[in-house]
Design a binder for this molecule. Sequence first.
Ligand SMILES: [Zn+2]
Length: 450
Amino acid sequence: MNLLIHGGTIVTMRGNEIIRDGAIAIQDETIIDVGKAGQMLGKYASGYEKINAKGKVVIPGLINTHQHAAMSLLRGYADDLPLQEWLEKWIWPIEGLMTAKDIYVGSLLTAVESIMGGTTTVNTMYHYKPMENEAKAFAEAGIRGVVGHVCFSWRRDEDRRALEDLAKNWHNKAGGLIRVSVDPHAPYTVDPGYMKELYALRDEFNKKYGSERAPIIWHIHVAETFNEAEKIKKAFNVDVKGGIMEYLDSLSVLNEHVIAAHCVALTDKDMAIMKARGVKVSHNPISNLKLASGISPIPNMLERDITVSLGTDSPCSNNTADMFEVMKVAALLHKGVSGNPTVMSAQQVLKMATLDGARALCWENDIGSIEVGKKADLAIINFEKPHLCPLHNEFSHLVYAAKSADVETVIINGKIVMENRRLTTLNVEKVMKMVEKAKNRLLEKLQAQC
Ligand SMILES: [Zn+2]
């Protein structure tokens, strides 16, 4: 299908470019022209379905670089607890009861919620099951995603089988919508030997299923809290002398295909290593605040020119998949902490949620900005709202004033997946019913165990 979006303001994310009364021409899944509506309406008069975007702002779809999509089933299940207690006493026991079907249903909900909030790409780490899984849910919803399988020292054989199936069946599949990753959970749950093994496995899979343009990446939690060295010592009797990134570097597992979530407790040396190795960051300010994990030194990393992207983290540590909230909190948090209101401009924060998100997933050749040759992943936002009036600066409104509910139409890979807030790929009411049922089944199973 060919589309022409015309009459709106286009925030391309190519530098600070803004095209008022602009137009975007899309052929199949690709952007083929970007310019002024006046000229393009004539040029693409026939053979193009038209979307009138007058009064609206078009942005590249938001990119959420750290999720555990299936965990939407546990939204609001356990709150107001410290990370370790939250994981060990609450989350892991109920997660152990989740079936492949539950994982699929939870991921459908996250896909729906993401699309409705203008997010077009999600990087998710969870347990992969061959029959029903996050990749299947994302493909059905029509959302772009990097889907991983999370690995732990205690289940190497199972991990190996899951990763092989995931890479073989899903990398660069569903019309290029789905890519995959190898996901060691964290340095305190994956021992040094297994960490190296997983790094080598990513290389092996890349040779088989990946390419330079579409690599299989490595997604890991790093330095989420300040006691990670103690946890590594307790789990594996390994002494970590410097920072956690320094420790990972000593294992030779860092390169430009690594995306590290959180990065709260970093040393200066850690950051120098990240810059040298090209490690990318997913900053999850809302999750870090909710779990009181600490505050990541983001301005410091940006000064060093490290790629920093944004993520929500799971729907039970956030508790939504709303990237507009994440953008606003990210912008405000570092101003408050540094005492410097000039730290992280609105434009920079929007870049973290779009182009830098694409870079963090090694997908910047295809997504992250509105440019000829890139895939058409777009969110059209209705700016004719009291809280977006008057309009002085689009970047300011997008980060400080816009809400996910202002997103009206979403296009992913050239396909309209939401039109005037109605999803075209899934029945939202049906998905919510499936989720309630899955939640009830899980609670019954948990009670039967007690
Ligand atoms: Zn996480």
